[in-house]
Design a protein around this ligand. Structure first.
Ligand SMILES: NC(=O)c1ccc[n+]([C@@H]2O[C@H](COP(=O)([O-])OP(=O)(O)OC[C@H]3O[C@@H](n4cnc5c(N)ncnc54)[C@H](O)[C@@H]3O)[C@@H](O)[C@H]2O)c1
Length: 393
């Protein structure tokens, strides 16, 4: 069997650069026949030592410090963007204009103006069969896709309420350093763009777009010690009391109440200040006949209560361990309970990206979706400022 080879260029070789490489490598091993086979052509990082290291460690043929070397290389088919948020737009637009398929990390950009320009460039490129995708991978967890199937089958009735949360703790300590994630000019926003968007993407996947909302947005730690270097170490280093400090100009915590296009109401909460919570993403969906609940830290387990079918006194949640019989079953191991994790999840994302490229359609997390989420973020900031309900533009 001959599987098409596609040449990959990676821009940004930090945490997510590694995640993308692992996912590209594993995708054809988990999904076979694969939509394509990745060839690791060029890795770019603005820090020369990181670029050199990534070339050797990940097995790229070349490395560079200027992403235009990737854009100008006619051999490169795919550009994966894993830089801080303020760099996404310039790389993505250049890549799309050069006819390259783009997988861009989330949030799509640091500003809504940039997101709009990216969505426009993606729409134009789509006319020539070029695919754009934002890395909102959590909606692709097999248990979340199973939840969507159950909701669409009508088994839990009409959705009334969808609540999602994304709680982390890595910046709860005031001595956790000020990296690019705490600077508006680089990140765009704080917890809002970084993790609330993931929770909102899952909620919107299940319940439809958020149409109206009211929010609270808080910054608890107003200044932090400055971390040297451009790579965010995500609170793994603590700087002493003598370290130089800088003001934080982004949010630590976001809460919203919202209405969804599908008719349900709900809430989304996100914080990076929740001691004891690590990658605590939760979903609770209530329908007129039953409920669904899930959390990322037990990502293989979906709990469903078919309320109307159970007798009084015997009613409760039944636990489904996802496996080969559930969506993207190829990626899982043979027996439910053997479990998948973040690595397999990112491989599902690459599989969906590749399928869209080869079959010629835009994936469900395309740049229009990334742009819509940026508009929800704008509405959240506007509502917090006005202390009022706001309609998403
Ligand atoms: N989908 C997810 O689960 C997830 C998780 C974490 C981060 N992210 C997103 O991934 C992106 C990267 O985050 P990260 O945690 O990997 O950051 P990071 O700080 O670990 O790495 C960023 C890398 O980009 C490099 N870089 C900066 N400017 C550059 C430029 N102009 N050209 C080339 N390289 C440049 C830096 O030197 C660094 O090596 C962000 O948009 C972030 O929001 C997504």
């Amino acid at each position: 069997m001959s599987v098409k080879k596609l040449n990959v260029g990676l821009v940004g070789a930090g945490f997510m650069g590694k995640a993308h490489v692992v996912a590209y490598s594993n995708m054809p091993k988990l999904f076979w026949p694969a939509p394509f086979y990745p060839v690791f052509k060029t890795v770019c990082d603005i820090v020369p030592e990181i670029a050199e290291d990534a070339k050797e460690r990940f097995g790229f043929e070349k490395c560079c410090t200027d992403y235009m070397d990737i854009i100008n290389d006619p051999e490169i088919d795919i550009v994966s963007i894993c830089t801080p948020n303020n760099v996404h737009a310039e790389v993505a637009i250049a890549a799309l204009n050069a006819g390259k398929h783009v997988l861009c990390e989330k949030p799509i950009s640091a500003t809504t103006e940039e997101a709009k320009a990216m969505a426009e460039a993606a729409a134009k490129a789509a006319e020539k069969g070029v695919v754009s995708m934002c890395a909102y991978q959590y909606r692709r967890v097999p248990a979340i896709d199973e939840a969507k199937k159950i909701i669409e089958s009508g088994a839990i009735g009409e959705l009334t309420n969808v609540r999602t949360q994304y709680l982390q703790s890595w910046s709860a300590d005031p001595s956790s350093p000020l990296s690019w994630r705490f600077e508006k000019k680089t990140a765009g926003s704080g917890t809002l763009g970084d993790i609330a968007t993931h929770a909102m993407d899952i909620a919107q996947y299940l319940a439809g777009d958020i149409t109206e909302l009211v929010s609270i947005v808080k910054t608890y730690i107003k200044e932090r010690p400055v971390q040297e270097g451009g790579v965010d170490l995500l609170g793994t280093v603590k700087l002493g009391p003598d370290a130089k400090k800088k003001p934080v100009d982004v949010d630590d915590e976001v809460s919203i109440l919202c209405k969804y296009a599908g008719g349900a109401v709900g809430s989304v909460e996100a914080t990076r200040m929740a001691w004891g919570r690590n990658n605590y993403i939760t979903v609770e969906a209530h329908g007129t006949k039953g409920s669904i609940t899930w959390k990322y830290e037990r990502l293989n387990e979906l709990e469903v209560c078919y309320g109307m079918d159970d007798k009084d006194g015997e009613r409760g949640f039944k636990k489904i361990y996802t496996g080969p019989a559930n969506p993207h079953g190829d990626v899982t191991w043979n027996i439910p309970g053997m479990n998948i994790g973040y690595g397999e999840l990112k491989a599902i994302e690459i599989y969906e990206f590749g399928k869209a490229i080869v079959e010629g359609y835009q994936p469900t997390t395309n740049f229009q979706v990334g742009y819509q989420l940026d508009r929800v973020c704008d509405a959240i900031l506007e509502s917090a400022e006005k202390h009022a309900w706001v309609t998403v533009k």
